[in-house]
Design a protein around this ligand. Structure first.
Ligand code: Z5A
Ligand code: MG
Length: 222
């Protein structure tokens, strides 16, 4: 039976190096001759993504719940693309995913369970890598940008919720909760972090035999 592609998600705080590391990871796949596609959330070019982009740049205002649902809808509009790519044997690398959705909205005060609900049943990554960095070290990388959420106090709360998500996934053994969650020290040099990322990804890189799982299927009740 031919293998499906592996689904790798990279999460982390602002300036932790997600975009840097996902680009390096894509290059690793390409160098190894393994088909791979890099996606980024929010995907700002779709119609929903454009609304999100406008909100993040403070060109428009939205209710906290409305923007949360748009972030989730932005993932759902690409869910079938992810499935098709994986089914065709292409690895999918995501720069942020549903875990960012929960972490950022819950840190604004929305209930955690409510934040998770719209992402229940999305394609689950086989591996989620959390790039861990102190807000101080992140700030030293050129400071936060001008977009919403790019404030130190917000980033601290976001970090706490990411850790809760990771703990729950690890406590559940990863089964059905979206594969394995791994924290990586992202404070080192780019190539040092890249080597550590590859050490976790390499065993999955050439594909996976099991079926694609869904995020939090036990939360799906009829
Ligand atoms: N958001 C949400 O609320 N709900 C959701 O569902 C989703 C997202 C999906 C925009 O996301 C906002 O959307 C984000 C979360 C929210 N808000 N915040 N904050 P985004 O992904 O577009 O966010 P961003 O602003 O583009 O993040 P970022 O700044 O791109 O961070 P990064 O990708 O982790 O970092 P980087 O671009 O790779 O690196 C940043 C700088 O550090 C750059 O100059 C690098 O050259 C440098 N760098 C990278 N690695 C290193 C190392 N190892 N050493 C030294 N310097 C380094
Ligand atoms: Mg980025």
């Amino acid at each position: 039976m031919s293998k499906r592609g592996s689904f790798i998600v990279v999460e982390g705080l602002d300036r932790s190096g997600k975009s840097t590391q996902t680009a390096l990871l894509l290059a690793r796949f390409e160098a190894a001759g393994i088909p791979a596609k890099l996606l980024k959330f929010p995907a700002r070019t779709t119609p929903i993504g454009q609304m999100i982009d406008s909100y993040l740049k403070s060109h428009s205002d939205l209710d906290d719940r409305a923007i949360h649902l748009l972030f989730s809808a932005n993932r759902w509009e690409l869910a079938s693309t992810i499935e098709h790519l994986l089914g065709a044997g292409t690895a999918v690398i995501c720069d942020r995913y549903a875990f960012s959705g929960i972490a950022f909205s819950a840190s604004k005060g929305l209930p955690y369970e409510w934040c998770r609900a719209p992402d229940v049943s999305l394609p689950a990554p086989d591996l989620a890598l959390f790039l861990d960095i102190t807000p101080e070290a992140a700030k030293a990388r050129g400071g936060y940008g001008e977009e919403r959420y790019e404030k130190e106090e917000m980033q601290r709360r976001v970090g706490e919720i990411f850790r809760r998500i990771g703990q729950e996934i690890s406590d559940g053994g990863g089964e059905g909760e979206g594969g394995k969650w791994v924290g990586i020290d992202a404070g080192g040099e780019k190539d040092v972090v890249a080597r550590e990322v590859w050490a976790f990804v390499e065993p999955l890189a050439r594909g996976i035999e099991g079926p694609l799982r869904r995020l939090w299927p036990d939360k799906l009740t009829i």
